[in-house]
Ligand binder design. Structure first.
Ligand SMILES: [Zn+2]
Length: 203
């Protein structure tokens, strides 16, 4: 537990190798791993470096699990949405026709006094399917960026755009906002490009 508080403290203070104990302030000699007064790990010592390495490994493992979940959630949204919306766009006139000829639909427009035509129905289908397709494509862009661990900001933005383009679907907007929020808090699983200037960017 004290290790935990020590790490938090170091993160807060952003301390480098120290000649003083970060906990009690006692002066410590070079090569000391633990403070002789309070037992705290000395910042920059071998024990400290090892602890930080372990912690980094753990964080990486947690990050990979989160990344796999994000990929899974984006895929179960994007793939069916893209397929169904393409089918709906290709088949819009047939779908409009089958809606149009149904007694239920005719009764519904008569009851409400709407004056829709068959081409209005086709227009609604095309619009909804077009928005859905755009949403599915945005989710796919987000998925690819999560997979490549690149461009966190764009991954978050495309995910939220995907959610809002899907405003007509409760499922779509809920999963979109949920995944968008997961992405917002998952900055750590994305590689910071500034840290790897040598690696070439494959767009
Ligand atoms: Zn101390």
């Amino acid at each position: 537990m004290s290790m935990y508080f020590y790490t938090v403290k170091c993160m807060l203070l952003d301390m480098e190798d120290s000649k003083f104990c970060s906990s009690c302030g006692r002066s410590v000699e070079a090569g000391m791993q633990f403070c002789p007064q309070c037992g705290m790990v000395i910042s920059g010592s071998a024990a400290d470096v090892e602890f930080k390495e372990r912690q980094e490994e753990f964080n990486k493992a947690v990050g990979m699990v989160r990344r796999n979940w994000l990929i899974f959630l984006l895929a179960i949204y994007a793939i069916p949405v893209i397929i169904t919306t393409i089918v709906a766009l290709v088949d819009a006139s047939n779908i409009a026709n089958s809606i149009w000829v149904s007694d239920e639909f005719q009764k519904w427009i008569t009851d409400h006094g709407y004056n829709y035509t068959k081409s209005d129905i086709q227009g609604f289908i095309t619009t909804a399917a077009g928005l859905g397709l755009a949403s599915g494509i945005c989710a796919t862009v987000s998925l690819v960026l999560v997979y490549k661990r690149r461009h966190w900001v764009i991954a978050v933005a495309t995910c939220f755009i995907a959610a809002f383009l899907c405003f007509w679907s409760f499922f779509g907007i809920i999963i979109g906002i949920l995944v968008g929020w997961m992405l917002v808090v998952s900055r750590d699983i994305f590689e910071d490009e500034s840290q790897e200037p040598a690696e070439s960017e494959a767009q």
